[in-house]
Write a protein that binds this ligand. Sequence first.
Ligand code: SF4
Ligand code: SF4
Length: 268
Amino acid sequence: MNPITEPFTRRGLSVASVPFDAVALHEVEGARTVLITALPYYFPTVPEQNLARFAALPDYHRYFGGILQEIAEELKEIYPKFYFKPFTDNSPIDERKAALESGLAVKGKNNLCITEQGSFIFLGEIITDLETALPSPSVTRRCGTCDRCIQACPGGALTENGFDYTKCLAYLTQKKGELTEEERRLIRANKLAWGCDRCSEVCPHNQGLETAPIALPPNELLPKLTIADVEGMSDRQFRKTYEHRAFAWKGKATMLRNLYILEDADRE
Ligand code: SF4
Ligand code: SF4
C-alpha cells in the first residue's frame, strides 16, 4: 500500500491529491501538494430535532483536526525532510475545488460534494512540500438522471440549472437580521432552527449509511434547542455555552429569532 494513503485508510478515510497551485487561495511557502480527505458525519436524526446534523455535532474542527494532526505526524516520520500541515475549513485552499479536481468527490445537483461515503462529510486536508500524485480514488457515484434533491428542496433553491443560495434554508437560518414573511414561513414549515439536511437525506448516495464515529459517544449530540435554553443568556454566555457547536460564532440573536419563528408554528 502507498505509504501516504495508508495512515488515512487505516482510519477509514479516503484520500486524494491535487497540486497545491491548482487550488490555492493563499500562498503557503514551499507547498507542492494537497492531500484532501473527507470525514463522514452521518447519524440518524431524533424526533423533534431542529438542528441540522452539522450543527448538532460537537465541533468537528477539533475532532477532525486531531485526526489530521496524527496523520501528519506519521507522514513526517516517513518523510522527515518534508512538512505536513493539517487544515480543516480555515484553509489556504479551496477545499471543494480540491475534492472535485482530485477525484475524491463528484458535484451533486444538490451543490454538495458526493464522495464514495456519501455527502454527509466534512472536508479537510494536509498540505505538504512533498511533490506527489496519489492514484485517483475512482469515485463511482454519479447524479445521472436523478432529481430527488430538486424535488425535495423546500425553498426551491435547487434546479437543473444550479443552486440559488438565497432560497436555501441552510442560508436563511444563518442570515442575520429581519426575514421576509416567506422566509419565516419556510423556517416554520420545515421546523428547522439551524441548517437543512433535506437534499442530502433524499440522495440515493446517502442511503444505508452507518452512524459515523464523530456522532458516537463519548461525543455529545445536541439535536434540539429551545427558547428556554437560550433566552436568558447574554450573547457572551451563549457563545461560551455553545462554543464547540457550529452555530455559536453567529451569536445568540439569529438563533433566538429562529426559535421564536418556530414557536409561532407551535402556537398555530
Ligand atoms: S439545504 Fe435544504 S433548502 Fe438548501 S438546497 Fe438543500 S434541501 Fe434546499
Ligand atoms: S439526489 Fe439525485 S440529483 Fe440530487 S445530488 Fe443526489 S444523486 Fe444527484
